[in-house]
Design a protein around this ligand. Structure first.
Ligand SMILES: *[C@@H]1O[C@H](CO)[C@@H](O)[C@H](O)[C@H]1NC(C)=O
Ligand SMILES: *[C@@H]1O[C@H](CO)[C@@H](O)[C@H](O)[C@H]1NC(C)=O
Ligand SMILES: *[C@@H]1O[C@H](CO)[C@@H](O)[C@H](O)[C@H]1NC(C)=O
Ligand SMILES: *[C@@H]1O[C@H](CO)[C@@H](O)[C@H](O)[C@H]1NC(C)=O
Ligand SMILES: *[C@@H]1O[C@H](CO)[C@@H](O)[C@H](O)[C@H]1NC(C)=O
Ligand SMILES: *[C@@H]1O[C@H](CO)[C@@H](O)[C@H](O)[C@H]1NC(C)=O
Ligand SMILES: *[C@@H]1O[C@H](CO)[C@@H](O)[C@H](O)[C@H]1NC(C)=O
Ligand SMILES: *[C@@H]1O[C@H](CO)[C@@H](O)[C@H](O)[C@H]1NC(C)=O
Length: 687
């Protein structure tokens, strides 16, 4: 562009220029959606990737897709700039210019310029599976660092607010307080305990927005209509603090302003946003609360601790980010580490880590996982199963923490069916069980999964005592697999979107591998023998295998005696857990087969589907040749970076047809499956 045209454009179209003149640097990719504050199923704020280009007016969203109000403004030398989330800019404000958007496994970072200043907005959601206090704190950080872009000092004020959309309804109570330098607003819709809005926000508990005073700035606050709070910030750079008589007003926004004054060196201010549910989970009638409450019983002390914990949390996150990047790249290239970085917060963001709300006994820690977006069920066994590699790598005890609530329920005898239950509650966070036996019926799927998960836990931790308390229930499930596993009756499996099948080869494989896993758990060889006998039958030509005219080798079919195929992810646990059910040559023939059935957008889940599953892609990639593994990794990467989707990462996407490249689910913790390659190569506790 010549100087002349740039001058003309600059005069005529200043606003558009801000959005389009310079290319934004997206590092490492422009994902479907950026995690902003993603810690548990009710603190799950995202920014659709296509909104980065208009960051000043962008609308953050809850995982469900409904808008959440969250803005950032700044005064630079008395001019007000909208940096983020101001959907209706006020008169005499300007839009900041977006320079860069990046993400790591724990941070989403946006850089904008405004006047002589540059602002870095760092949305940081810690992922700390081993530190139960840090992991369970239901808050995320927003840190804003400002620096001048030239030699001259600039006069800077920074403002951020959130609004009542975070409560899922009208907020009908609020309060503000100051303690130990932490200023906070708490507000609530005061809905029934454990009730959700239509978009699955928590209607109970408290939404929290907080800021922290330090020596380098003054901090002020104000609640009320956002037009009024922002206008006061624009006019004075200062709000009406609690100490000056600000009383909390519902019906609008809750804002904090930091006045930095003239600054020349970079300076940082910090906010915390969160959703506190003191009764977090209803487990069979007993309220469970977040683990951190064993140490920080009220909201002010928890938020104070959260601010105090920043440096330690940041150090942990930097180490984790580096590990994801380096190990991921070493294992399967940069495309792999990009996918892992995008998946990390989403896995733990589907989980609540709890203790009993009455005793706060930390020996009774449990974990609950939500089947986000596909049905909202609790601790679905075939959700834990795909996520297994993540837990195996970072904290294998989560297999126990997540399964224990399921096993206690099964051991109670209140579930009437002879197979393993699908989940423990239709609507998170109510784990009310299925005493009528009326859960989504997946007998072989869940029974096989249970043994594989328990064996993975024992092998990864060396702990053989935990499972002992359930010795009374294991044999019945082993007998069930033995009786019904080889010729599966018409039933659903984990990919229930495909419908039910009779003689589904994958379910027979699951039964075979599950029986072998039970053999390790119980120390009884007989079950491994039954599993191996199942495998031999499955492999009889014309039963579970068909011949490929391209590879000239047999491949595992979808149902017995057909030429249809299905991804054989159920073989992966055999490799992970050193089982010997199937001959290892099966991994090679499957690895050669997948490239022959690849569609343009990737390999479908089966010959009769238009869509694929990224979770199972990684399970089969892990046991494939390097070439086939790279094919799966690169196809998932191409889908993740295709800019056609705007929802939190979906593990289900179309690989062909009119919808090729489009996604269907949102924010499911099943993306823990993406660590399958890592888990197999590096082993347990290698994260
Ligand atoms: C959970 O159960 C309570 C009643 O105990 C009910 O008010 C609430 O709506 C339920 N939550 C969901 C998500 O169904
Ligand atoms: C801004 O607010 C702070 C905190 O309430 C107060 O101490 C200070 O005097 C105010 N400054 C101006 C310029 O109004
Ligand atoms: C404030 O700090 C004191 C001293 O460290 C501590 O005892 C108190 O619990 C803190 N209060 C809150 C609400 O965090
Ligand atoms: C805490 O729970 C453990 C495990 O259930 C139990 O052994 C212990 O007695 C409990 N502690 C208290 C103080 O109740
Ligand atoms: C399942 O497969 C077996 C062995 O191939 C066959 O005998 C049986 O008829 C099949 N069941 C059904 C319902 O098709
Ligand atoms: C596949 O090919 C092998 C070797 O040619 C043959 O023995 C087997 O019967 C074939 N299987 C089927 C299902 O046609
Ligand atoms: C599987 O066997 C390999 C080689 O003997 C060993 O290094 C690994 O620890 C074993 N894995 C498990 C889960 O037992
Ligand atoms: C990543 O995947 C894309 C799309 O499949 C591919 O073109 C590219 O070569 C891959 N990059 C690397 C570094 O492997």
């Amino acid at each position: 562009m010549t100087r002349f045209t740039s001058w003309v454009v600059g005069i005529l179209l200043p606003l558009q220029l801000a959005y389009t003149s310079s290319a934004i640097d997206y590092t490492p990719i422009q994902p479907p959606s950026y995690p902003l504050a993603v810690r548990n199923p009710y603190l799950s704020a995202w920014l659709p990737g296509d909104q980065v280009a208009k960051l000043p007016t962008a609308q953050p969203q809850f995982w469900y897709g409904n808008n959440l109000g969250w803005s950032v403004l700044a005064n630079v030398d008395r001019q007000t700039y909208n940096l983020f989330g101001v959907s209706r800019p006020a008169v005499n404000t300007k839009a900041a210019t977006v320079v860069k958007a990046s993400f790591t496994s724990t941070h989403s970072i946006f850089v904008v310029t405004a006047g002589n200043a540059q602002f870095t907005l760092d949305f940081f959601s810690p992922v700390s599976p081993k530190d139960y206090v840090r992991q369970s704190l239901p808050f995320s950080y927003l840190s804003i660092t400002t620096a001048t872009t030239n030699e001259r000092p600039s006069d800077i004020d920074i403002y951020s607010d959130i609004d009542e959309s975070w409560t899922g309804d009208k907020a009908n109570s609020c309060s503000n307080s100051v303690s130990n330098g932490t200023h906070l607003y708490e507000f609530s819709a005061n809905g029934a305990t454990y009730s959700q809005s239509r978009t699955e926000l928590a209607l109970w508990g408290k939404v929290v927005f907080a800021a922290h005073q330090s020596e380098i700035h003054t901090l002020s606050s104000m609640s009320g209509p956002s037009e009024a709070t922002r206008a006061q910030f624009q006019a004075t750079g200062n709000l009406t603090a609690l100490s000056q008589g600000d009383t909390c007003q519902t019906g609008g926004s809750y804002g904090f302003a930091y006045r930095l004054g003239l600054i020349q060196k970079p300076a940082t201010v910090r906010y915390a946003v969160g959703v506190v549910r003191e009764d977090a989970i209803n487990y069979l009638g007993s309220p469970q609360t977040h683990y951190y409450r064993s140490q920080y019983s009220d909201i002010p002390s928890a938020v104070n601790h959260f601010f105090d914990d920043y440096d330690a949390a940041l150090k942990e996150s930097n180490d984790l980010d580096a590990s994801i990047k380096n190990t991921g790249t070493d294992l399967a290239g940069k495309n792999y580490s990009d996918i892992l970085a995008l998946s990390m917060r989403q896995v733990m963001g589907g989980i609540d880590l709890t203790i009993p709300a009455d005793t706060l006994n930390t020996s009774e820690v449990q974990a609950f996982i939500k089947e986000i977006s596909s049905d909202g069920n609790m601790n679905t066994v075939d959700i834990l199963y795909p996520a297994l590699p993540f837990f195996y790598v970072f904290a294998p005890e989560y297999i126990r923490l997540l399964l224990d609530p399921v096993l206690k329920y099964l051991k109670s005898g209140n579930y009437p069916n002879p197979w393993v239950v699908h989940d423990i509650g239709t609507n998170y966070p109510n784990a009310t069980g299925y005493d009528g036996g009326n859960d989504e019926r997946m007998p072989l799927e869940e029974t096989g999964n249970l043994f594989i998960l328990v064996d993975a836990y024992e092998k990864a931790t060396g702990d053989k005592t935990w499972a002992k308390q359930y010795d009374s229930i294991w044999p019945g499930y082993a007998v069930y697999l033995d009786n019904y596993g080889l010729y599966p009756s018409n039933q659903l499996s984990t990919t229930d979107g495909l419908g039910a099948f009779t003689n589904m080869t994958s379910l027979a494989i699951k039964a075979a591998v599950g029986l072998s896993a039970y053999s390790s758990i119980s120390g009884q060889q007989k079950w491994g023998g039954i599993g191996a006998a199942f495998a031999a039958t499955i492999l009889v030509p014309g039963t579970g295998t068909a011949n490929s005219s391209i590879t000239k080798l047999p491949y595992l079919d979808l149902t017995y005696g057909t030429k249809d195929w299905y991804l054989t992810f159920n073989l992966y646990p055999q490799a992970l857990l050193n089982l010997t059910t199937f001959p290892s040559s099966i991994f090679e023939s499957q690895s050669d087969f997948y490239p022959t059935v690849r569609s343009q957008g990737g390999v479908a889940i089966s010959s009769n589907a238009l869509w694929g599953k990224t979770d199972w892609d990684f399970w089969v990639a892990a046991t494939s040749s390097e070439k086939t593994m790279n094919m799966f990794v690169d196809d998932v990467w191409a889908y993740a970076s295709n800019k056609k989707n705007t929802q939190p990462f979906s593990d289900r996407y179309y690989v062909k047809g009119d919808k090729e490249g489009l996604a269907e689910f949102r924010a499911r913790p099943t993306v823990g499956a993406h660590w399958a390659i890592w888990a197999l190569v590096k082993g347990p506790n290698s994260g």
